[in-house]
Design a protein around this ligand. Structure first.
Ligand SMILES: NC(=O)c1ccc[n+]([C@@H]2O[C@H](COP(=O)([O-])OP(=O)(O)OC[C@H]3O[C@@H](n4cnc5c(N)ncnc54)[C@H](O)[C@@H]3O)[C@@H](O)[C@H]2O)c1
Length: 346
């Protein structure tokens, strides 16, 4: 195992991020005498080993709820896990958010390792300490800040990921390239496009590493999300979430975010917030990866789109804030008028 990052988060707690092979992952899991590995059906199928104590939850966002947490806690109790025992989440963002949440409340805080098996969770859901479940129809409304002890990245685990899920994660990676204060990720994505799309293990690993570097640069400046710096990671999300909701979630999260970043770059350029060369480079990157930014919300659906925007939980002081880019690595949160939003999406 090779340590890639050691990230200070809430209360100075460190999350260590490792690159790891499948056999190293098996060795790591078996090294804990008292542990519970949590999978869903799909991540269990992607993992060939046989962890000593494990459980499998049904897959999907609809199971990101109290009854899944209850099942994790019941298994932890049944196995007699103590505070220094290890809860190991192996799966996509749903499993990782729930395992970390369960770890944060079991005995007022057990230890926790996260092993992402989707690209989206590898670049987005493992670092930052946000845990939780959906509740009362609202996403991630109940949860805690609880950084994992370790994150283990095993690119081979992503091989079985359906194309739609891989592209969903790629949308977030491209977003990180736009948010980066340097060109490393952008250049890598341009130069290695074919290998990225072919999911060559080493290329996927390097893409995840560069992408995490960008996320880390934002979360370490705002570890508890109190300074507004981390909200920049929501670039494209306000535009995108509303599209996801409008499509009844047929458009995947990452595709919607990719569309939202494209809308933000285009609008930013027209409002003279985003330098034209930056907008052009960003839009070219999305087009290189086949993200079609040409979709426009039909005028008759715009009121529904705005309702979805209004519901976005990132409302601040009554105004919805959109992230636009003022320059490379310089995002800005702006309240936009309804007409400005219309001009971006219709
Ligand atoms: N904590 C955070 O900071 C954070 C950040 C971003 C997203 N999230 C959360 O993450 C979730 C979305 O993550 P996601 O896209 O990984 O969703 P997910 O966990 O639902 O995974 C998507 C699908 O892929 C399947 N899958 C997982 N690994 C697989 C593999 N290796 N092979 C085949 N299929 C596999 C899953 O079973 C599921 O059907 C949301 O609930 C979101 O709120 C959290």
């Amino acid at each position: 195992m090779e340590r890639l990052f050691s990230v200070p988060l809430k209360g100075g707690k460190l999350t260590d991020v490792y690159r790891c092979s499948l056999s190293e992952l098996e060795g790591e899991i078996e090294s804990y005498p008292s542990a519970l590995a949590v999978f869903d059906d799909n991540s269990r199928a992607a993992y060939e080993g046989a962890p000593p104590s494990s459980m499998i939850l049904p897959p999907g966002e609809e199971h990101k709820n109290w009854s899944s947490i209850d099942m994790i806690l019941q298994n932890a109790l049944r196995l007699g896990l103590a505070r220094d025992s290890m809860l190991i989440g192996i799966g996509g963002g749903v499993i990782l958010d729930m395992t970390a949440f369960a770890a944060s409340i079991y005995m007022r805080g057990a230890r926790c390792i996260l092993v992402p098996t989707t690209l989206l969770s590898a670049v987005d859901a493992t670092l930052g300490g946000k845990t939780g479940i959906d509740y009362g129809g609202a996403k991630n409304i109940v949860g805690t800040f609880f950084p994992a002890d370790k994150v283990l990245i095993v690119p081979q685990l992503l091989r079985t990921l359906p194309e739609k899920e891989y592209r969903s994660g790629l949308g977030e990676v491209l977003k990180h390239a736009i948010l980066s204060s340097d060109d490393a990720l952008m250049r890598f994505l341009i130069d290695s496009r074919d290998k990225v799309l072919a999911r060559e293990d080493g290329t996927v690993m390097e893409m995840i590493r560069l992408s995490l570097e960008v996320k880390i640069s934002y979360i370490t400046r705002d570890p508890e999300e109190t300074k507004g710096i981390r909200s920049a990671l929501n670039l494209g999300h306000t535009f995108g979430h509303a599209l996801e909701a409008l499509s009844d979630y047929r458009v995947s999260h990452g595709e919607a975010v990719a569309w939202g970043v494209q809308r933000a770059l285009d609008l930013g350029r027209r409002l003279s917030v985003t330098p034209p060369e930056l907008a052009a480079r960003g839009l070219e990157l999305f087009s290189l990866y086949g993200y079609d930014g040409s979709y426009r919300v039909p005028e008759e659906l715009f009121p529904g789109y705005m309702d979805a925007v209004a519901k976005d939980k990132k409302k601040k002081g009554g105004a919805v804030r959109f992230i636009l880019m003022e320059g490379q690595g310089s995002p800005v949160a702006m309240a936009l008028s309804t007409d400005e939003v219309r001009s971006a999406v219709v």
